[in-house]
Design a protein around this ligand. Structure first.
Ligand code: EPZ
Length: 423
């Protein structure tokens, strides 16, 4: 139950090394279940969610070992294909073992993921897509029971370009008999990274990164070594933090092609953006200008940077309008922002942000991974010392978050608090 004490006012400057992408690494770890033998993933962020996925894989019978920024997963033998509730409730991405297990052993028993602070997070698109390939599902006592004596290629059109549904369906389709076409597929860079990993293992996939992915099933997969792409959401978080503190930061290892709309929005707000050999340099001299932005599936503005962008615009010159189209309740953190003096009014999917001169320090909480990062950004720009509680949310998704901020000149200190005695 740690909290972060943030003394506002320091302008961030210097270079930050961007870690491997959480939202790719988790899926690559799940996909390693397809290949008997030792898969090695490099550039895996040392964050709680990756450790949790490692525990899920061990629970399924794989051997998982960590060395620095790499993880080795030996999936020679798979035990009972069950992902238990206490692991799934900690991380809903555990549901992504469903596709690989159906492909490898023809059945799976996965606890239903709960909702979380940003919305209902249903998995109906995952289930319907896998049913199209011949999987049968039953829901009993909070568990999803799935079985597929044989997966068959199918035409699957997603109602919404869901990242997780695209990934679960893709990890099953690579082993299905025949050809699968996924229409209205998600186009995120993490999908492309997963597809290239699967192809290295022997899968036959075309169209990853477009709205139509075509898969010809194959019978077997070989374990490989693969390097995870850099985390575009971590990079965007630090770019926004640089602007919120009127500083300038070099994002080492970040891929500009994964951040086009984010960088152009920051430029619209007055930031100087420069792509160099070392990485992406993002900085701003004076007060940012208000900008409107709309979150959409990739290549639209990422919903995972919406809270951070709101924190920046809270002290911009003028009034901004933010529209959240991906999750139905991703404005929960606005109340925390208001405690710091932000002038934000939400109406359904829209938020109207009237920029104020400066925010004031106040005790606030991290409600989820990205809201926690947003509150830290707000605190960096605020007057005084802000306490951001429940930092375990941030630790799920950011590697060495406050160490990286401190290396950029931020005045941050983590306080370990005793866990509350269960009442
Ligand atoms: C992934 O979640 C990411 N998580 C999320 O990042 C990210 O916000 C999201 O994609 C959108 O980009 C991981 O990759 C581990 P979706 P996912 O399926 O796959 C609805 C972070 O902070 N939906 O694209 O769960 C759903 O309710 C996290 O790193 C259905 O209705 O996202 C939501 O409104 C937060 N039925 C929308 O689609 C389904 O079967 C987007 O969900 C599936 C999804």
């Amino acid at each position: 139950m740690d909290r972060l004490l943030v003394t506002g006012g320091a302008r961030l400057s210097g270079a930050v090394r961007i870690s491997g992408a959480k939202n790719s690494a988790l899926k690559l770890m799940a996909a390693s279940l397809l290949a008997p033998g030792r898969t090695v993933l490099e550039n895996v962020p040392r964050i709680q969610d990756c450790r949790t996925m490692g525990e899920v894989l061990e629970h399924l019978g794989a051997e998982v070992s960590w060395a620095g920024g790499s993880v080795t997963i030996d999936a020679e033998r798979i035990g009972p294909p069950e992902a238990p509730y206490e692991l799934v409730r900690r991380m809903r991405a555990s549901i992504l073992v469903l596709g690989p297990l159906l492909a490898r052993v023809g059945r799976a028993r996965v606890a239903m993921p709960g909702g979380c602070n940003i919305g209902s997070r249903s998995i109906d698109l995952h289930v319907r897509g896998l049913e199209r390939m011949g999987a049968r599902f039953a829901f009993e006592h909070g568990f999803l029971e799935a079985e597929a004596r044989e997966l068959r290629g199918a035409l699957i059109t997603l109602d919404f370009p869901s990242v997780g549904a695209t990934e679960n369906i893709l990890m099953a389709a690579v082993a299905a008999r025949g050809t699968t076409v996924i229409e209205n597929a998600a186009r995120e860079p993490e999908i492309v990274d997963l597809a290239s990993f699967l192809v290295e293992m022997g899968a036959r996939i075309g169209g990853a990164g477009t709205t139509t992915i075509v898969v010809d099933g194959v019978d077997s997969f070989r374990p490989v070594r693969h390097r995870v792409i850099p985390d575009r959401i971590e990079a965007g978080t630090f770019a926004i933090a640089a602007c919120a503190t009127r500083g300038s930061v070099v994002l080492e290892g970040a891929r500009p092609d994964h951040l086009e709309l984010v960088l152009s929005k920051l430029a619209e707000a007055g930031a100087d953006v420069l792509v160099t050999e070392a990485g992406i340099s993002v900085g701003i001299e004076g007060r940012p200008r208000a900008v409107d932005f709309v979150t959409l599936p990739y290549p639209g503005f990422p919903t995972d940077l919406q809270p951070q962008m709101m924190a920046l615009l809270a002290t911009a010159e003028g009034t901004s309008i933010a529209t959240e189209n991906v999750f139905e309740s991703r404005f929960m953190f606005v109340d925390e922002l208001r405690r710091m003096g932000a002038d934000v009014r939400t109406e359904g999917h829209h938020a109207v942000i009237r920029g104020v001169e400066r925010l004031q320090a106040a005790p606030v909480r991290a409600l989820d991974i990205r809201a926690g990062a947003a509150m830290t950004i707000a605190a960096l720009a605020a007057e005084g010392v802000t306490e951001v509680a429940d930092m375990y949310h941030v630790d799920r998704g950011y590697e060495d978050f406050e160490l990286k901020l401190a290396a950029l000149g931020a005045e941050v200190r983590r306080e370990r608090l005793p866990s509350p005695v269960p009442s």
